[in-house]
Design a binder for this molecule. Structure first.
Ligand code: FVH
Length: 308
């Protein structure tokens, strides 16, 4: 039986203790909760990984798991053609990449930013000779490297970069390309997360309403979750109406009927000793649309009231 060890290896890389792999090498800058989860997913899949983090202890922890810890962001960028950044915000991306040589690099920025910041960062990267792909992570850290958990990353910008590195990018979570405009991934990200916060606000109202009663919040939770899931497909009707322009098409619950019901929600909150401050702004918009003559519509017209 042949013994395969670094000592008797013929390949110089193997002799130096490096594993031979056909997986693309990755540089990752930023090892917060999300960056660390990404790093572990690439390591688990066998990608050679170079990491850097402002606070070195986080990189040292990953070095113990097989990553190479670079001494500086510049050294990490120099190590590999594919450079992924996952930092706190756009300002920290600027701080980190300042002084690195991005010539010929493929820069993938998974930091949460605004669409305008993403477009400006793309221009900035192009001026420095890099291809640029922006990303919006639709996952929390435990969903990374967990196939079937439903996490994915929205990407936009260089299609060539995305196609070339698709497999690597899809390793931590699914990879979805949403267009060549580098701002689109951030825009979709903000749209989806904004809707999520609306849902969280609605859930906060629901729990506040029962808070003073002898009702176990744990008993309400499954009813609430199932109801939100049952209502979620209404977004397809909203989208179809926005596209078609006729907001009375397929209406199930008219705006007039719903506005007539809103005072009961406010009275119920009052009775339960809960503030209706999360609901009131939305109810005000429904009332405005009704006053404009939208009584036969559903809630689609509220969208237009928000567009300035
Ligand atoms: N974690 C989550 O649930 C969400 C899920 C959706 C996507 N977000 C976005 O991902 C980006 C990174 O998030 P994170 O969870 O890794 O964030 P933190 O654990 O707070 O780590 C922040 C990292 O950024 C480094 N950093 C901050 N400021 C600077 C700076 N001026 N220069 C260099 N690095 C900086 C920080 O370094 P250190 O504090 O360890 O030294 C961390 O590596 C983010 O855009 C989320 O919105 C996550």
């Amino acid at each position: 039986m042949t013994q395969h060890s670094a000592e008797n290896a013929e390949n110089p890389a193997e002799k130096a203790g490096e594993k031979i792999t056909d997986k693309a090498p990755v540089t990752l800058l930023g090892l917060g909760a999300m960056g660390t989860a990404l790093a572990r997913a690439w390591l688990a899949a066998g990608h050679p990984l170079t990491v850097w983090n402002r606070t070195p202890a986080r990189a040292a922890a990953l070095a113990a798991e097989g990553a190479k810890a670079a001494d500086s962001a510049a050294a990490a960028v120099a190590a590999n053609p594919l450079v992924v950044v996952c930092l706190l915000d756009d300002a920290s991306v600027a701080d980190t990449l300042d002084g690195t040589d991005l010539t010929g690099k493929d820069l993938v920025n998974l930091t949460t930013t605004t669409p305008a910041e993403a477009r400006a960062r793309a221009r900035w990267a192009h001026e420095r000779g890099a291809r640029y792909l922006d990303g919006g992570i639709m996952a929390v850290p435990p969903m990374i490297g967990a196939p079937g958990a439903g996490g994915y990353v929205l990407h936009s910008g260089s299609r060539e970069l995305f196609e070339q590195h698709r497999e690597t990018l899809a390793t931590p979570a699914g990879a979805t390309y949403v267009g060549t405009d580098p701002g689109f991934a951030a825009l979709y990200d903000m749209a989806l997360l904004g809707a999520m916060y609306g849902m969280f606000a609605g859930a906060a109202h629901a729990f506040a309403l029962i808070r003073k009663e002898d009702i176990d919040p744990v008993a309400l939770a499954p009813l609430l979750a199932d109801w939100l899931v049952a209502m979620a497909p209404s977004v397809h009707r909203t989208a179809a109406n926005l596209r078609g322009g006729d907001y009375t098409e397929g209406v199930v619950s008219s705006l007039a009927m719903q506005v007539a019901g809103t005072p009961a929600f406010l009275r119920a909150a009052e009775e339960q000793g809960a503030s209706a401050e999360l609901l009131r702004p939305y109810f005000d918009l429904m009332r405005r649309r009704l006053d404009e003559g939208g009584g036969d519509e559903d809630l689609t017209g509220v969208v237009d009231l928000l567009v300035r």
